[in-house]
Design a protein around this ligand. Structure first.
Ligand code: FES
Length: 319
């Protein structure tokens, strides 16, 4: 599903303090597009705001999509709108599913969730044999931890409510992990950095926390880029379009490209959804996104044009 389609909110249920569960369905009852654990939807809210939410239901259920949305009073307003203006019967525009957080094959898995970061991990752990994984799930307090009833019944799950138990013991859980363990972590930036500092094995992350002034309910990498818009500006050649443009300071590369390629794909405009990923033919991109890994950024073969710029005076893109 690469175009936006209208889906109806079938029901809204509280999943925890400050967390609403949304169940979406096609208004005609048609089967929904398939997805795999780790996938997310791009959702256009009634106000026109676009947000990204992880799918947390059962991929085998093709009749509904389930989302969990944390209310962020200090966010950009998307989660506030979901909590105050979206109810059963509301129509939302939906694009996707997309998956930039896939579950890879591994002998064992350790899942580490912080707060609403539990949502993309739920379908992953439900899809695995019980003996192959464990989950460390930290939250502000027990009542604020979504899906805790389902999870607390499982012996391989450790719930860590911060108000009574403090912070999760990352050193303890990461020390001595068997070789071949894949670590998946989703939550706020501080949690991810703490895990990255302690674990050098395979690590799969998705950022859910909000930088100041951003919306943690959005789900996908909201710590991503502010476009670097200062400097001297640069030239960009759009090879397939046969056009060369100048990107002035204060203007994003995406904005410049849009004038020549009106249908260019983009969504979040903040460097976290991956929609605007573009192949670089020549020149050295300057990355400001949170989609690409360090190796991918260093290779310079692809970039997110919504926040990326150029280190070289000229950039040639496959557009
Ligand atoms: S539009 Fe989302 S990463 Fe560029």
């Amino acid at each position: 599903m690469t175009t936006t389609v209208p889906l109806t909110v079938r029901s809204v249920v509280p999943e925890a303090e400050g967390v609403l569960g949304l169940v979406l369905a096609d208004p005609t009852g048609a089967e929904l597009a398939p997805w795999e654990p780790g996938a997310h939807l791009e959702v256009t809210l009634p106000s026109g705001a676009v947000r990204h939410y992880s799918l947390c239901g059962d991929p085998a259920d093709r009749s509904t999509y389930r989302l969990g949305v944390l209310r962020e009073r200090e966010g950009r307003g998307g989660s506030e709108e979901v909590h105050t203006a979206v109810g059963a019967g509301t129509t939302l525009g939906v694009r996707g599913p997309f998956n930039r957080f896939p579950l890879v094959a591994a002998e064992r898995y350790l899942f580490i969730a912080g707060g609403i970061g539990i949502t993309p991990l739920l379908p992953m752990l439900r899809s695995l044999p019980p003996g192959s994984w464990s989950l460390l799930y930290g939250g502000r307090s027990l009542p604020a931890m979504a899906y805790r009833e389902e999870l607390s019944a499982l012996p391989q799950v450790t719930l860590v409510p911060q108000d009574t138990a403090g912070l999760p013991d990352l050193d303890g859980v990461l020390a001595g992990l068997p070789a071949g363990t894949a670590v998946y972590c989703c939550g706020p930036e501080g949690l991810l950095r703490a895990v990255e500092d302690r674990w050098t094995g395979p690590l799969h992350t998705e950022r859910f926390g909000a930088a100041p002034g951003r919306d943690a309910g959005t789900g996908q990498g909201v710590e991503a880029g502010e476009a670097g818009e200062g400097g001297e500006g640069f030239e960009v050649e759009l090879r397939r379009s046969g056009r060369t443009l100048r990107v002035e300071p204060g203007r994003s590369l995406l904005d410049a490209v849009r004038e020549v390629v009106p249908g260019v794909a983009y969504s979040c405009e903040e460097g976290f959804c991956g929609t605007c990923e573009t192949k670089v033919i020549a020149g050295t991109p300057e990355h400001h996104d949170s989609v690409l890994g360090e190796d991918e950024k260093a290779s310079g073969t692809t970039m997110m044009i919504c926040v990326g710029r150029s280190q070289s005076p000229r950039l040639v893109l496959d557009l």
